[in-house]
Design a binder for this molecule. Structure first.
Ligand SMILES: [Zn+2]
Length: 251
């Protein structure tokens, strides 16, 4: 056995057993155990980790630990600028695409509303989520930390809050999404692109009153729903503006 000293920072402490939170502690590891293996053995999914320092040096997940190592583990998207030290992942994802697990059925349409391509199906088995994450370079959003321990899931975010609006705010803040939001680009239901259409094409897909009051319409070519800038749209716009910047007003 080898013994290493660990210290986890910020929200990573939420995953640890209480006596190990927010302090350095010694832990016995199997000889040759990797940093990733030990971090996950202590309960922290590797997708939550952005930076590992061993004796002050940035290392990758597969770094083998030896007796006496001091291991510092930092979360993803920490406000502190750790970029020059990053070695855990070679490069960040350039296009932000998501796949949401079965517990996030309220969050998925809100992300689509904000313009982020988000796959969601409440029947996806974990293996399908893993495969789609890899094949389509999607970030896994989940409330299941076991899912994030799967080896080939490299980008993931453990969602801590329970209500969809709070989840949207949490994901926006942790992944710094405000600058990338493009509201009303995707269909909330289908995750398909919305396309502008002329009023004459709307036909019976919107009530007469709406046709009289509005001039701009978009449609989804998958479900053929039509959307316009009504009160629902304005409420959604306010929600997105609020998570992207100013503190949210109570309803
Ligand atoms: Zn649609």
């Amino acid at each position: 056995m080898v013994t290493a000293t660990f210290r986890f920072y910020e929200e990573l402490n939420d995953f640890l057993a209480r006596p190990m939170r927010r302090r350095a502690f010694s832990y016995a590891c199997a000889p040759g155990a990797s940093a990733k293996h030990m971090i996950e053995a202590l309960g922290v999914p590797h997708t939550e980790v952005e930076l590992i320092l061993v004796n002050g040096e940035s290392v990758g997940f597969d770094h083998p630990l030896v007796d006496g190592d001091r291991v510092a583990v930092y979360p993803k998207f920490e406000a502190l600028d750790i970029r020059p030290l990053l070695r855990v992942r070679e490069r960040p994802l350039r296009v932000l695409r998501f796949i949401a697990d079965a517990h996030l059925g309220g969050l998925a349409p809100l992300l689509r509303l904000a313009g982020f391509d988000t796959l969601y199906d409440n029947h996806y088995p974990d293996a399908d989520i893993e495969a789609l994450c890899v094949a389509q370079q999607r970030i896994v959003l989940t409330r299941d930390r076991e899912l994030l321990k799967r080896r080939s899931i490299t980008h993931g975010c453990y969602v801590r809050t329970l209500k969809p609006r709070e989840q949207l705010r949490e994901v926006f803040e942790r992944l710094d999404l405000a600058g990338s939001a493009q509201p009303f680009r995707l269909c909330l239901m289908c995750n398909a692109p919305l396309r502008r259409i002329a009023k004459e094409e709307v036909g019976a897909r919107a009530p007469d009153g709406v046709l009289e009051r509005h001039n701009q319409f978009v449609t989804c070519d998958v479900c053929r729903r039509v959307f316009w800038e009504g009160t629902h749209w304005q409420r959604m716009r306010a929600l997105i503006d609020s998570v992207a910047g100013a503190p949210e007003r109570p309803d």
